[in-house]
Design a protein around this ligand. Structure first.
Ligand code: CDP
Length: 217
């Protein structure tokens, strides 16, 4: 039996992976899971409940109540939520608490697009199409700064550049599911690209993977 057609899109903050993943989901008519939102929800909801973000077991108890259908809270998209997400994401109990719903999504018979840090390495290593989307820290900081300004957050470019460096170090340096490309992921550096160019490049990579997948029955 052929595995479902799953596309994993991993990479660091503001690399363009979210936009690329949404476009691929639309083009291939696949449901998409933004796994970062799960960690953002865990961080924000734990904070609201007065839970210490460094207490992995306590945050995991909050994380167990999260459902993919309830990720629409605009606070999950804020700068503070990104920081809280990366802090709670280092804890193994939190990652385990969020694992089953990610696995269920990845195993949908019709396929899916999974956006995150460990989708191609840990959640769905069997995915037929894997992308690892990167860009230079400066380009990513510029993109994230514009995005947060549009959301009305008062923050400087330098603060965002520092956020990105801290988050890259924490996400890449943690022991459980560190951010890294899967061995069979195709690397896409979007530094010098517009979003249209990046989306086109991603589509070409996925088309090649799809052709291989179709021939694999
Ligand atoms: O949008 P951005 O890339 O800034 O962040 P995100 O994808 O929403 O992820 C927020 C944080 O959640 C990341 O910095 C990671 O620490 C964590 N995360 C993770 O550990 N594993 C995932 N699959 C997705 C996110």
């Amino acid at each position: 039996m052929r595995v479902p057609f799953v596309i994993t899109v991993d990479g660091p903050a503001a690399s363009g992976k979210g936009t690329i993943a949404s476009r691929l989901a639309r083009e291939y008519d696949l449901p998409m899971l933004d796994s970062g939102l799960l960690y953002r929800a865990a961080g924000v909801l734990a904070g609201r409940a007065g839970v210490d973000l460094d207490d992995g077991e306590a945050v995991a108890r909050v994380a167990r109540g999260i459902q993919v259908e309830h990720l629409g809270d605009p606070e999950f998209r804020t700068r503070g939520a990104g920081e809280a997400a990366s802090r709670v994401a280092v804890h193994t109990p939190v990652r385990l608490a969020l694992r089953d719903l990610q696995l269920a999504f990845a195993r949908r018979p019709g396929g899916a697009v999974l956006d995150g840090r460990d989708q191609g390495t840990v959640i769905c290593p069997e995915a037929p199409a894997k992308l690892y989307v990167t860009a230079s820290p400066e380009v990513r900081a510029e993109r994230r700064w514009k995005q947060l300004q549009a959301q009305g957050e008062a923050v400087t470019y330098d603060e965002i550049l520092a956020d990105i460096a801290r988050r890259d170090a924490r996400d890449g340096g943690r022991a459980d599911s560190p951010m890294r490309p899967a061995e069979d992921a195709v690397l896409l550096d979007t530094s010098g690209m517009t979003i249209e160019q990046a989306a086109d490049a991603a589509r070409r990579i996925v088309e090649a993977a799809r052709a291989r997948w179709e021939n694999s029955r």
